[in-house]
Design a protein around this ligand. Structure first.
Ligand code: ADP
Length: 399
């Protein structure tokens, strides 16, 4: 077990900066997932930790040891990749023990390690099987067992479930969590799948364009996204973004107003902000009884409905509708003037082209700075209510 530290790690290829001044400290025994869109630099960051790629700048430590220039075999790591490259002519035992046999471990020691690893990934009784006699999930477990027998300080896993079908992926997700609980080893995991990231990790590191955007427990990234990118990337479907101007009375968007006292918020009349609200924090007025802090009702018209079984996504048009303007560009999301996505219970009586009134949960309204993309506030409950300890949180508050 070991902590992993990245200090100013940068990796440049000719005209691409794949990793840009990455700093992070992964604690001993943590399960940290690198998540972000394809090409954002997740794998390259992982490869610098593994020693498969040398960073252009910066240092990497595993435990107290600087490993920046050490070859992979001297770093105390084991890797599991997307492509499960098992030797087809070797049985499970031979595949798992291959590395140990190569290093001339004693037969007894090899047997002990293989048995223990097979037990952990539940492959007991299958040690004599050939890879072509196994399912995709079983083969992936052989690959994990092969990494386990090395008894590494740190596991590095790069999209290990990407080639499995959807059902098996969900199953392996729970297996990996169990594995982590049992081993208590540091695991660094790469995925572009936010469901994997959200469900398994102690913390997720959200990466975009080579830069670390936020590293925090999954729910913190969901509830208190550090910036527009994290807000748009985490959560499915993504957060609604609407441009607004600050006035004495509150936030004025093209089609509706949100009462809000800007005093003490660092915002002044005339400032532009991006209002962010998740589909699950938009409610039909008549069913919003449980929401303590609501905005005034907003008139809208339902457009398309998407019944998902456990919820219905309702595309709402506010104002006159028509052209959707996008004044600002948001990576990972869209800022609109007249569209809102709402999630409602599956038994809600609702149809397309219906006039409705919706309210927003004020404790879950986020404000972002359109110039820096940084979050300004999470929750815009009135100051009086905030004093009594409700959900309003200025960014940087510790509560
Ligand atoms: P991710 O794992 O997030 O999909 P990568 O780390 O694989 O992203 O890649 C990050 C960026 O670096 C991409 O733009 C990719 O094209 C570039 N890149 C990765 N490896 C190389 C390489 N060997 N040579 C040139 N560019 C590379």
């Amino acid at each position: 077990m070991a902590r992993v530290t990245l200090e100013h790690v940068t990796k440049r290829y000719e005209d691409v900066t794949a990793v840009d001044d990455m700093n992070m400290e992964i604690e001993d025994g943590e399960f940290v997932t690198f998540v972000g869109p394809s090409g954002c630099g997740k794998s390259t960051t992982m490869e610098t930790i593994a020693g498969l790629t040398k960073p252009t700048e910066g240092q990497i430590y595993i435990g107290d040891r600087e490993v920046t220039n050490l070859p992979p075999k001297d770093r105390g790591i084991a890797m599991v990749f997307q492509n499960i490259a098992l030797f087809p002519h070797m049985d499970v035992y031979e595949n798992i023990s291959f590395g140990l046999r190569l290093r001339k471990y004693e037969k007894e020691e090899i047997d002990r390690r293989v048995e223990e690893a097979a037990d952990i990934v539940q492959l007991e009784g299958m040690l004599n099987r050939m890879p072509d006699e196994m399912s995709g999930g079983q083969r992936q477990r052989v690959a994990i067992a092969r990494a386990l027998v090395r008894e590494p300080d740190v596991f590095l896993m790069d999209e290990p479930l990407a080639n499995l079908d959807a059902k098996l992926r969900v199953h392996m997700r729970t297996e990996l969590q169990r594995l982590h609980r049992r081993l208590d080893t540091t695991i660094i995991y790469v995925t572009h799948d936010q469901a994997e990231a959200m469900t398994m990790s102690s913390r997720i590191a959200v990466i975009n364009a080579g830069k670390l955007q936020q590293i925090a427990p999954p729910l913190e990234c969901y509830n208190e996204p550090a910036n527009l990118f994290v807000a748009g990337f985490i959560g499915s479907p993504g957060m609604n973004f609407v441009e607004a101007t600050v006035s004495e009375e509150g936030l004025e968007t093209e089609n509706f107003s949100i009462e809000f006292d800007p005093s003490g918020s660092g915002l002044a009349s005339g400032d532009t902000v991006i209002v962010g609200v998740r589909p699950e924090d938009v409610y039909l007025e008549e069913t919003a009884g449980s929401v303590t802090h609501q905005t005034d009702p907003i008139d809208a018209r339902t457009d398309v409905l998407e019944p998902m079984g456990d919820e219905i996504f309702v595309y709402l048009v506010t104002g006159e509708g028509g052209e959707t303007k996008m004044d600002i560009e948001i990576e990972g999301g869209e800022a609109t003037d007249d569209q809102l996505l709402m999630s409602v219970d599956p038994d809600t009586d609702i149809s397309p082209d219906e006039d409705v009134r919706v309210v927003l949960d004020r404790s879950s309204i986020h404000l972002f700075d359109p110039d820096t993309d940084e979050a300004l506030r999470h929750g815009i409950v009135e100051p009086a209510a905030a004093d009594s300890g409700t959900a309003e949180r200025g960014v940087g508050d510790t509560d």
